[in-house]
Structures are given as C-alpha cells and as structure tokens.
Design a protein around this ligand. Structure first.
Ligand code: AOF
Ligand code: ZN
Length: 330
C-alpha cells in the first residue's frame, strides 16, 4: 500500500484519539487535508453533538481554494445523513478535493457505504481500506456496538501468581501495585460504564470513579438481583449515576448487555468479582481481557477466572505483568 496514504491515515488516527472519552456513542474520527505534501488543515471529532472531524479540518484550513488540489484523509467514511450535524459529504463535494482517502467504511446503517457512493458519483476519487485493521482497532468500541448490538466489554482483574483474585478474607485490594491501579483509573475514564457484582460492593465498598487520572466518571452498574445493598455504599453517592441491572443472571448476559445499547453505553469495563467475571466468560460475552498478575502468593482465597496465558503477550508494569487478550472467536 502507498506509503503516502499510510502516513497521513496514521495522522488521522493520532488526531481521532484525542476525542477518546468525549464523543461516545460516536466513533473516534480524525481528518487531515494535504496539499503538495503539506498539511494545510486538520481536525477531529472533539465532542459528542459537535462538528465532525471533516468540518473541523475544513474550518482549520486558511485557504479553502487549495482544497481543490488536495488529498483529504479521514479514518472513517464521511457521513451522508443528517444526525446532530449535517452530512459531511455535502461539504466535501462543495470543495471538490482531488481525492479522499479512508481507512474504514462507517458500519452505521445510516451511512454504510452511502457516503463513498455519493462521493464517487460526484466524480471524486475515493481510496478505501488504508490501514483498515488498525482503524478498526481504534474504533473497536464503535464497531462492536453497531455489529453486536451491545457495548464493547472489557473484563479486568488482578490476580496473584498462583491465580487468586482475593485472599481468604475476600480482600482483593492489595494484589496489584500503585501504578497498575493508576492505569485502571485511566481506563475507567475511557469507558462509558463500569460494572461490578453485589459482593464486590459488600466487600470492598468501591467508589468506581476516576480519581488518579483526569477524566470523566463512567456510569456505575451493579448486579444486585436481591437488591440487598445498602444505599450507604459509596457507589450510590452523588459522584456519578448508578444503575442496578438486577435482572442479570447466568442465562441472559448477552440480552441484558444488549439493553445497554438503548442507553447509548458504548463500552463497559467489568471490574469483578470472580462470580461476575466468570459469568461474562461462560456466556462468551466479552471482547477484551486485561489481567494484572503480581508476584504475590495467597495460599487460600478466591480463584480468578482461569485463562491460559502461555501464548499471551504481556507488558511489565513495575513488578506486575499486564496481559491483554482479545476475543477472536467471533
Ligand atoms: C463523520 N465524521 O467525525 C464522525 C462521524 O449525530 P451526528 O451528526 O454526530 O452523527 C453521528 C454518526 O456519524 C455516527 O454514528 C457515525 O456513523 C458518524 N460519525 N462521521 O463523517 C465524524 N464522528
Ligand atoms: Zn460527518
């Protein structure tokens, strides 16, 4: 594939990422306008409901006349529909760029190829699928939300080297190190919702907010089928909204997760406990596992979900190992 195309599509990824945590349930989108190997304008989708990436890039271009002889790079197919904003293809057609280079087609049924078709019908050259896999990874939440009709689900836990998620007193707080715990706060700020089971609330009384990182608090979700939790628990404080999915059981995980689509929850990070994590795993209802492994040993305690890590890559976070596994089954 053409290196010139790849180079500027990479730049759209970089720009798109700046919208992380601010644009949900919309995708992360960046746009770069290049004239004679020079960037003359660039932008990204900054806030849900506000201008799309293309419009911000066009606005940032001083001399719009130059766009006629320019290449416009976007990581997602420009939209063809009226949503919160007018269709981007309309603006692009007015400016008649030389070519439009795209990484991914927009899977949103309202767009899904229509944007590309309209541009081509107007005689504009369109190049698709540049760094397609990387583009899909960048927008894994959005693609999952549209294709699977449920949020992107990340299961996260910390375990000892002998596979324990908590000690015999059910204490799970001190397995991972301080830096790992800070990374988790960053992760929370990137997801729309954070989910735990009722026993985790009983044992740890977590706040489930973003404190060691700058960012938005996710919506808190608790699975408390018997509604036994006291409202005095931290998850019911005023720092963020809390939902009880009391109807979730071992047989309806996918269905209940599907119901979150209506609430525009694009992604969920599940932080325990073992019962809840195993329920998502048993129902094959997850997209990504993030496992911290410390070198502590708990002789007795609660076992973590059993995941074969033999062929899994990991990174070192001080004295913890961080394993990441993607669900490649479907
Ligand atoms: C683009 N550029 O930067 C984004 C796009 O309600 P709206 O008007 O914001 O439209 C949201 C939909 O538009 C979203 O679901 C996705 O299909 C597309 N997002 N499209 O051309 C952008 N963010
Ligand atoms: Zn648009």
């Amino acid at each position: 594939m053409n290196n010139y195309y790849k180079k500027y599509i990479e730049r759209t990824f970089y720009l798109a990422k700046k919208g992380q945590g601010k644009v949900s349930p919309n995708p992360l989108v960046g746009c770069v306008i290049v004239n004679k190997e020079k960037i003359i304008g660039e932008g990204y989708h900054e806030q849900y409901g506000n201008d799309h990436a293309e419009i911000n890039a066009i606005k940032a271009t001083k001399n719009n006349e130059l766009i006629k002889n320019s290449s416009v790079f976007i990581n997602l197919e420009p939209c063809a529909h009226h949503g919160k904003t007018p269709p981007c293809v309309k603006e692009l057609i007015k400016l008649q760029p030389k070519e439009i280079i795209i990484s991914n087609m927009d899977p949103n049924p309202k767009v899904n190829g229509k944007g590309i078709e309209i541009l081509k019908n107007q005689g504009i050259k369109v190049v698709c699928d540049v760094l397609k896999n990387r583009g899909e990874k960048l927008n894994k939440r959005f693609f999952t939300f549209i294709r699977k009709k449920r949020p992107y689900i990340i299961l996260k836990w910390a375990e000892t080297i002998n596979g324990m998620i908590a000690n015999k007193k059910n204490d799970s707080k001190w397995i991972s190190n301080k830096l790992s715990r800070q990374i988790v706060h960053k992760w929370r700020s990137y997801e729309d919702a954070i989910l735990v089971g009722a026993s985790t609330v009983e044992h740890d009384n977590p706040r489930l907010t973003v404190r060691n990182w700058k960012g938005q608090n996710p919506i808190r979700i608790v699975i408390d089928p018997k509604k036994r939790l006291s409202k005095k628990n931290n998850i019911f404080d005023k720092s963020s909204q809390t939902i009880n999915l009391f109807e979730m059981n071992q047989n309806n995980v996918k269905e209940v997760m599907g119901s979150l689509k209506k609430k525009n929850i694009l992604s969920v990070i599940v932080e325990g406990g073992a019962y809840t994590l195993n329920n998502f795993i048993a129902n094959k209802c997850w997209d990504e596992l993030r496992i911290f492994q410390s070198n502590k040993i708990f002789r007795k305690g609660i076992e973590a979900p059993k995941i074969d890590k033999k062929n899994l890559d990991y990174v070192n976070v001080l004295d913890n190992k961080l394993f990441i596994k993607y669900n490649e089954e479907d």
